[in-house]
Design a protein around this ligand. Structure first.
Ligand code: PLP
Length: 395
């Protein structure tokens, strides 16, 4: 089936955080309410319709007229395993799969189970802001192994990483691969080194790989579990949330082969039963969603190329490289020589476009803006034209 991703879908009136949530955006510096002309490209979900097999599965569940307690059975686990074997050549057992109500919740449960107040958790900023939030709301401490920006992209400061890992209060490391917002895919060498350091200092690694299905055509993504040293305590978060635009179903599967680690984590999930919608979406997506995913990836590649060319030709002071993975574009506006706050205001209030301000990813990134690029091309074009106009006096 051929999908038409150019269709513009109106998401207002369906409780979409991205298109209707004024309060949160005010917290991000928006000084006016969302209106009918606002273009929202910030929260990481797609403005494209999910695969038809998932839509059909949702109808089957809805039409059953009963929405009682549900649990995953064999067909669910086989669908998950089949997907990772086919798409990533990664095999694991049914017993290794622990379903969780979302990815950030999995991190939260892990923090509560594997650390105590005051313990340290390594993250690598710039990184998805809830990594910071989930550590701090539980009164744990962020140990920031800052990514180093080079001409080629972002690199890891391994000496700093090892110093942080060696601290006796450091218990966890959240790896974000592919990394949101930089789009970096970590190389096998980098993964090996991170794994060895964590194993050496008995730091548990949680690999958040939920963007792993959404990589550029020529990019290669290797799941951490395929290259991890044997003695590494590793948990990998996988999800249909990003892959098939199902974030509202809060469906994550955490893969843990280490029995002791798995038993402890699974115990924290004792009360979680995925909804009947979630279970059927996982089965349908993983068994029948490949055709859609291949098409959506091509569409994202096209959007990325469009955005990259637009900036190069019409706003050359804005620097952006096409990311290897994820569907977010990380744009550097420092070339304008104005404050991050002004960049933000021009985009939010003058262009009436909502992106995510770099300061959410760490203060030193205040001149960056992150754009979620999975909307109809027409929306992206309109947003970029408005942004261009909002900076025309500085071009
Ligand atoms: C790296 C990363 N992890 C987790 C999430 C959120 O996942 P979930 O909705 O499953 O909690 C996002 C969403 O943008 C993300 O980019």
């Amino acid at each position: 089936m051929k999908y038409n991703f150019d269709e513009v879908v109106n998401r207002r009136g369906m409780n979409a955080v991205k298109w209707e949530q004024n309060g949160y955006l005010a917290g991000m510096g928006m000084t006016k309410e969302i209106d009918d002309e606002t273009i929202s490209l910030y929260i990481a979900d797609m403005d494209l319709k999910s695969p038809q097999p998932i839509v059909d599965a949702m109808h089957r569940v809805a039409d059953y007229h009963m929405y009682g307690y549900s649990m995953p059975f064999d067909d669910y686990y086989e669908a998950v395993k089949g997907w990772f074997k086919r798409r990533h050549d990664w095999e694991f057992d049914t017993e290794d799969i622990v379903p969780s109500p979302g990815t950030v919740n999995a991190l939260d449960y892990a923090i509560k189970e594997f650390t105590k107040k005051g313990d340290r958790v390594i993250i690598q900023r710039p990184v998805y802001p809830p990594f910071t939030r989930v550590i701090e709301v539980r009164d744990r401490v962020v140990a920031n192994n800052k990514m180093i920006k080079t001409e080629e992209g972002y690199e890891i400061d391994f000496d700093d990483f090892e110093t942080l890992a060696a601290d006796s209060h450091t218990k966890l490391f959240f790896l974000c691969n592919p990394q949101n917002p930089t789009g970096k895919i970590f190389t096998v060498e980098e993964l090996n080194k991170l794994g060895e350091i964590c194993a050496k200092h008995d730091v548990i690694m949680i690999a958040d790989e939920i963007h792993g299905d959404l990589i550029r055509k020529d990019a290669k993504f290797i799941p951490m579990a395929k290259v991890a040293p044997k003695d590494l305590k590793l948990m990998t978060c996988t999800a249909i949330n990003k892959t098939f635009n199902c974030a509202g179903l809060h469906s994550t599967n955490v893969i843990i082969t280490n029995p002791e680690l798995r038993e402890r984590f699974a115990k924290t999930m004792f009360n979680y039963m995925p909804s009947p919608f979630t279970i059927e979406a996982v089965i349908a997506g993983y068994n029948e969603g490949e055709e859609w995913l291949d098409q959506v990836k091509e569409y994202i590649d096209g959007n990325m190329a469009y955005i990259h060319n637009f900036l190069k030709e019409r706003m050359p002071k804005v620097k952006m490289t096409v990311p290897e993975g994820t569907y977010v574009a990380w744009m550097d506006f420092s070339g304008y020589g104005i404050s991050g706050q002004e960049v933000h205001e021009r985009i939010y209030n003058n262009a009436n476009v909502i992106m995510e301000s770099g300061w959410l990813f760490g203060e030193e990134h205040e001149h960056y803006q992150r754009m979620v690029t999975v909307s109809s091309r027409k929306i992206i074009e309109k947003a970029l034209e408005r942004i261009e106009k909002a900076f025309e006096d500085l071009n």
